[in-house]
Design a binder for this molecule. Structure first.
Ligand SMILES: *Cc1c(COP(=O)(O)O)cnc(C)c1O
Length: 388
């Protein structure tokens, strides 16, 4: 391996160095960083549930009743009644025969692909799919092919039937939606399983929070495999796959990231049941969030900000180079707004951006304040030497 210190210095010089920020006092988008209060527009807590006291109380009650840890993997002796109840509730919520909990969405995607795709099997993915879907293909030693973002036309010419077609539902760095009806048609024609990773759509899109699939009106017959995460709109932690019975049983038998890991704490399942109840019953959160998205876009457009084509709570603003995105993010921080610069390799080169996320925890005045700061700080940004 190369000298790691030199490699890190080179990364720094390219404006690609990643640093964690240690926050305190997180509640309703208000955080504290190095003692300074900031308004965060970067969390995936779309419905404002991560700080909900009812879910916190359910977690406490769950811990009182079930303790703090599951103690072993689900298949050994770590599968408890709250896990079972949560799986049943998630199956019902998604309108699918069964659901299976995974510890994280990353592990769920690894597990599904590795369980269903063998060495040398063909697998198609959108070019901008989440890293975990790509890594799942590598782990399975699949023959991975990628189609241009949102354009699955290369599949039409593919005569070597793929085993799986996998896509994000709502793309995490662009905020746009996969062409799911067309992908479902193609999957049917090619005899492939369609896997939709709806980490960002679930709870947010659709009248009932059913996500990208509800938005497009697609049931389990059209999209057999749905992966959903619980750490974003649900405000908790973990993930699940919802699918027909034989697919879920296949995962239990073969998904290594399910079999060889400790089950999530049962108390967390108790808290997630509470979160699911709130996602289902408090439709006003989605309505409020949609109103904030509309307000942000209207004001940003009026001020000529470089909006992307997104109608969702993920509202990226293109900056161009990594250095320019970073400068913009730093200038916003000085004005009290926490908005991360997203740089390569998370996004393609020359397409670095601010990733703004809206949340039902925010108020319209706060969104207006952000747009004002975005417009003011943009004036002072350096010219991009190599514009996108
Ligand atoms: C966040 C995310 C994941 C991973 O989920 P975790 O539960 O955070 O591991 C998977 N896919 C997409 C599209 C995501 O945004």
């Amino acid at each position: 391996m190369r000298d790691p210190a030199a490699a890190l210095a080179e990364r720094e010089a390219q404006g690609l160095y990643r640093r964690r920020r240690t926050l305190t006092a997180l509640r309703d988008s208000r955080v504290r960083l190095d003692g300074r209060p900031l308004l965060a527009f970067c969390s995936n807590d779309y419905l404002g549930l991560a700080g909900d006291p009812r879910i916190a109380r359910a977690l406490q009650e769950g811990a009182d009743r079930w303790g703090t840890g599951a103690g072993s993997a689900h298949l050994v002796c770590g599968h408890y009644a709250p896990h079972e109840a949560l799986e049943e509730a998630l199956a019902e919520f998604t309108g699918r025969p069964r659901a299976l909990l995974f510890s994280t969405g990353y592990m769920a995607n690894l597990g599904v692909i590795q369980a269903l795709v063998g060495r040398g099997d063909r697998l198609w993915e959108d070019r901008l799919n989440h890293a975990s879907l790509i890594d799942g293909a590598l782990l399975a030693r699949a023959r991975l092919r990628r189609y241009p973002h949102l354009d699955p036309s290369p599949l039409e010419a593919d005569r070597q039937a793929p085993r799986v077609i996998a896509t994000d539902g709502l793309f995490s760095m662009d905020g746009d939606l996969a062409p799911l009806p067309r992908l479902a048609d193609l999957a049917r024609e090619l005899g492939a399983w369609l896997l939709v990773d709806d980490a960002h759509g679930l709870g947010v899109l659709g009248a009932n929070g059913g996500g990208t699939l509800e938005h497009f009106g697609l049931g389990v017959d059209r999209v057999p495999l749905l992966m959903g995460t619980l750490g974003k709109a649900f405000g908790v932690f973990g993930a699940f796959v919802a699918a027909p019975e034989p697919l879920i049983e296949t995962l239990i038998q073969h998904a290594r990231s399910y079999i060889y890991t400790t089950a999530p704490p049962p108390a967390l399942a108790v808290a997630t049941l509470k979160a699911l109840e709130i996602v289902r019953t408090e439709g006003w959160r989605r309505a409020h969030l949609n109103a904030l998205v509309a307000l942000f876009r209207e004001e940003a457009e009026r001020r000529g900000l470089p909006l992307m084509d997104s109608a969702t709570p993920i509202q990226p603003l293109l900056a161009g180079s990594a250095a320019r995105a970073l400068a913009w993010s730093r200038a916003l921080e000085e004005r009290g707004f926490l908005v991360p610069a997203i740089r390569p390799p998370t996004v393609p080169g020359g397409r670095a951006r601010l990733r703004i996320t809206l949340s039902a925890a925010q108020r319209p005045e706060q969104v207006l304040g952000l747009v004002e700061a975005l417009a003011a700080t943009r004036e002072d940004l350096p010219e991009d030497p190599c514009p996108a």
